[in-house]
Design a protein around this ligand. Structure first.
Ligand SMILES: [Zn+2]
Length: 416
């Protein structure tokens, strides 16, 4: 493991003269994947000035006076971005029950631990698409954690999917508009609305739309008026169609779930692609002996993945919205386990890496800051041992993680 603590970190906590300037940090590695390209670049030198990347060059010497870190045979790439996590869920066998048994203070402490797991696993930005009582918002600027975007409690119907998180609202246009406004007042980064039932909530059905189309549209309009993007949890075909018609920016799952199996999506594949609606595919599973998705998911999975493959083929923007936290196969650093499934969806290795870096940054509204290794971008970096374009396992061999220019302490070598 390469440790690269900056000597001036300590100056954050001790008085220093106003003119003292931390040294630049120059990172050398064997290869660089910059987040937008199709190939790796050999012999890169990435120079950081505090939290920002100031230059990315090839085959040059470090600038005079810079602190130098040589990562040897590693590949540098942007830190990973997971567009759909739940920090308050603990990745155990009963995350809902566990959360229900926790006070808000306990849930917040667990969410902090979850965020740390993500960061140590190379995930430098997470978008939390459902917490309880807006807890994840309180972690957003905490030093030592990844960058966190928060939706707060998902907007849902009384008794609807994830109602226990506290986001149930009247099923009227006024009701959802008020719910959106409350979320905006609390300072959320994105609106998450449950357009259909879901797997984790008994009494709801994935194939059934939760809101009338006009009510869903009102929620989206209100959010857009107030400057926020909306992503809709949408399993069933009716909910997907309503969400598309409502003008959502993104959808999660998009499984075309029916009572018996999985629907034929018909014109929706083309519509989703044409309108540039993001598809958060629920990919990424860490293999855990004895753990498997619920039977109802497992039996539908081949057809769900086939429909998602058609979305990729049609040119839709597909990212890994892993749903980290919802089970043992979904630890909070599960993002890198999404890569094989993204390739199964028809992406090549570089496209899969772009999906969890620059494309995910775009989805999070952070495309000017994150998801790329380029001058002017945030110094969020992941270094892995080997070449992730030719060796799919390389992403699991993490040798260094930087967030905002600071080396993350990797508690132990990351293992599968
Ligand atoms: Zn979710």
């Amino acid at each position: 493991m390469v440790r690269a603590r900056r000597e001036h970190d300590v100056s954050m906590f001790t008085p220093t003269s106003a003119t003292e300037r931390p040294r630049l940090l120059a990172i050398q590695a064997a290869r660089l994947f910059d987040g937008v390209g199709s190939e790796v670049i050999a012999d890169p030198l990435v120079v950081l000035d505090g939290a920002t990347i100031v230059s990315v060059q090839q085959g040059v010497k470090p600038p005079d006076g810079a602190e130098v870190v040589d990562l040897g045979g590693a590949t540098l790439m942007p830190g990973l971005i997971d567009t759909h996590v739940h920090l308050v869920f603990d990745s155990g066998i009963d995350p809902v029950g566990m959360l229900a048994a926790r006070t808000d203070d306990q849930a917040l402490a667990a969410a902090r631990d979850a965020a740390l797991v993500a960061l140590r696993g190379g995930v430098t930005t997470v978008r939390d698409l459902g917490d309880r009582n807006y807890l994840s918002l309180g972690l957003r600027d905490e030093p030592g954690l990844p960058t966190i975007l928060s939706a707060g409690p998902p907007i849902t119907t009384p008794g609807g999917h994830c109602h226990f998180l506290g986001g149930a609202t009247d099923v009227t246009e006024e009701g959802v508009r008020a719910a959106v406004r409350e979320h905006v007042e609390r300072g959320v980064d994105v609106i998450k609305i449950m357009a259909s039932g879901g797997t984790m909530t008994p009494g709801t059905r994935q194939e059934v739309a939760q809101f009338p189309a006009g009510v869903l549209r009102a929620a989206v309009q209100e959010a857009h008026l107030l400057g926020l993007v909306v992503t809709a949890h949408a399993h069933g075909t009716q909910a997907i169609r309503d969400a598309v018609d409502a003008g959502v920016d993104g959808m999660e799952h998009v499984s075309f779930w029916s009572a018996e199996g999985v629907d034929e999506p018909g014109d929706l594949i083309e519509l989703i692609a044409e309108r540039g609606i993001t598809v958060g595919a629920t990919v990424g599973v860490r293999p855990v002996p004895g753990d498997a998705p619920p039977p109802a998911v497992l039996s539908r999975l081949p057809l769900i993945l086939e429909n998602t493959r058609r979305l990729v083929e049609a040119g839709a923007r597909v990212v890994a919205g892993t749903d980290a936290g919802i089970g043992p196969g979904k630890p909070h650093d599960v993002c890198r386990f999404a890569m094989p499934q993204l390739r199964d969806l028809g992406m090549d290795a570089a496209q899969a890496l772009r999906a969890v870096t620059s494309v995910a940054a775009h989805v999070c509204g952070l495309s000017d800051r994150k998801g790329r290794v380029a001058a002017g971008f945030d110094a969020d970096l992941l270094a892995v041992d080997g070449d992730p374009l030719t060796d799919p396992e390389a992403v699991h061999r993490i040798s260094a993680v930087y967030h905002n220019g600071r080396a993350v302490t990797l508690s132990s070598p990351a293992v599968r």
